[in-house]
Write a protein that binds this ligand. Structure first.
Ligand SMILES: *[C@@H]1O[C@H](CO)[C@@H](O)[C@H](O)[C@H]1NC(C)=O
Ligand SMILES: *[C@@H]1O[C@H](CO)[C@@H](O)[C@H](O)[C@H]1NC(C)=O
Ligand SMILES: *[C@@H]1O[C@H](CO)[C@@H](O)[C@H](O)[C@H]1NC(C)=O
Length: 440
């Protein structure tokens, strides 16, 4: 069995023994007092039905902590529904940020009566709540003293919100009652629900918050794939608004909690695989050889791992700069994962390359699979024996040889002709002398 198949087997096994969430089932719910939890019973019951193990604690219980003594997380998710409480158990903003850094997921609900703890927590994630005691008002569409504001200004992220909200024509709005916030432009932060144009934050502050710039619910995903939601309203999770007729609140809260508690839009990738197109997996590839790269991607959706389908999964070959950036093709799918494949000719450059699939899309968990691969130059005996570009040089050396032979031959022949007459003259002169002497 190949390595990546073991990987998928292990992933399948983890699914058998946990809730629908990819991140675990232990949830801490902080409410002002344990009795007040009945106000949120619909929401909390729906979580229990989805397989979560809830620990409901009052805000004044000082023995509540997010971490164990040995610094591991006590819970996988935390839902803070006690905005006004001065103290949240033994939790400080610093504890909570550490919990998120360790991979914990967090839902924070605020209200007009927001404590400084929550406000300073929210600023760490780029969410700045309006002043204490301010509330959202809409004199055009609002009901219940203009403070129950309907909005259907969703962020268009299908990873978080279902098509029932995004695509449906004339879908009922989400009713919101509470405090608004200002949100930072950040690739990690999505303003999931913003106020309608006619709504504003009252009393107005120095810069008036209204319409699109007034966030109602924002979600944040860290680089380590922990998820955080900030809602300016605890009422959003209460039975009162969840049971409201002609409202999309129930759907919205379900989508929101499924996303934050890692029940949807969770991507997992296998390690990156590569081999020569001709077969075989050497330690180092030769420059410009043909290599096949493959990676498997799966998405947790509707309660099961399914093949992830997309047309924008890219592979990069990087040595300081990307030398190759190419889009992978989906080559095959199994029941749980889809395989993306690229047939690539390596760069004609040797060195240590990082091959990387760095896939980040709003709302989806980040995938960053990489492998470091050495690319070596040609060995001395791997160069072509004859280069067409060098034919003039080959020709010139043969011409030299021929010319040398011809010259030698010419020299030899002409030397014999000259020496043949010059040798006899010595004897000829002798003989002529002899003749002369004979004559004389
Ligand atoms: C306080 O929290 C601790 C630990 O989470 C729990 O065991 C205990 O029952 C809580 N006390 C009350 C009164 O809820
Ligand atoms: C939302 O995004 C989808 C694709 O991601 C696009 O087809 C659709 O037109 C967008 N809707 C709006 C209202 O922008
Ligand atoms: C993807 O498929 C197309 C069409 O078959 C092909 O031309 C392209 O080279 C493939 N891309 C990669 C990276 O293999």
């Amino acid at each position: 069995m190949r390595l990546h198949q073991w990987f998928w087997l292990a992933l399948g096994a983890t699914r058998l023994c946990s809730a629908l969430s990819a991140a675990g089932e232990r949830v801490l719910v902080m409410v002002p007092t344990v009795d007040a939890a009945s106000e949120y019973s619909d929401f909390l019951d729906s979580l229990t039905q989805r397989g979560f193990d809830l620990s409901v604690r009052g805000a004044s219980n000082t023995s509540v902590a997010l971490h164990n003594d040995d610094s591991t997380r006590e819970y996988d998710h935390a839902i803070l529904l006690a905005p006004a409480a001065r103290r949240l158990g033994a939790l400080s903003p610093r504890n909570i940020v550490r919990f998120v850094n360790d991979g914990g997921n967090l839902i924070v609900a605020a209200s007009s009566d927001i404590s400084d703890t929550l406000r300073s927590l929210a600023t760490q994630f780029g969410v700045e709540f309006a002043k204490r005691k301010s509330r959202i008002v809409d004199h055009v569409h609002g009901t219940a003293g203009h403070t129950l504001v309907p909005s259907s200004h969703y962020a268009n992220t299908s990873a978080v919100l279902s098509d029932l909200l995004l695509a449906a024509q004339n879908a009922p709005p989400v009713y919101f009652e509470g405090i608004g916030h200002r949100y930072k432009e950040s690739p990690l932060l999505i303003p999931l629900l913003t106020a309608p144009r006619s709504a504003y934050s009252s009393p107005p502050e120095d810069s008036v918050l209204s319409g699109m710039s007034l966030g109602l619910v924002s979600v944040f995903q860290t680089r380590t794939n922990a998820r955080v939601a900030f809602s300016g309203s605890t009422a959003l999770f209460s039975n009162r608004l969840l049971r409201k007729k002609d409202a999309a609140n129930r759907q919205f809260v379900t989508d929101l909690s499924q996303w934050v508690l890692q029940e949807k839009a969770v991507l997992r990738a296998s390690p990156l695989r590569h081999a020569l197109a001709a077969g075989g997996r050497p330690n180092h590839y030769r420059v410009a050889s043909d290599v096949v790269f493959e990676i498997d991607l799966t998405e947790l959706r509707d309660g099961s791992w399914q093949p992830y389908r997309a047309h924008d999964v890219q592979l990069e070959a990087i040595m300081l700069d990307p030398y190759i950036r190419t889009t992978l093709n989906q080559s095959s799918t199994s029941s749980i994962y889809g395989t993306y494949r690229g047939d690539i000719r390596l760069p004609d450059r040797y060195g240590t390359f990082t091959f990387r699939v760095n896939y980040k899309r709003p709302g989806l968990s980040n995938v960053d699979a990489q492998d470091i691969v050495g690319i070596r130059p040609l060995r001395h005996d791997e160069y072509p024996r004859f280069l067409s570009a060098a034919y003039p040089y080959y020709a010139s050396s043969f011409v030299m040889i021929l010319a040398f032979l011809a010259l030698s031959a010419v020299w030899l022949w002409s030397a014999e002709k000259k020496t043949a007459p010059s040798a006899p003259p010595a004897s000829a002169s002798k003989s002529s002398k002899a003749k002369k002497s004979k004559k004389s």
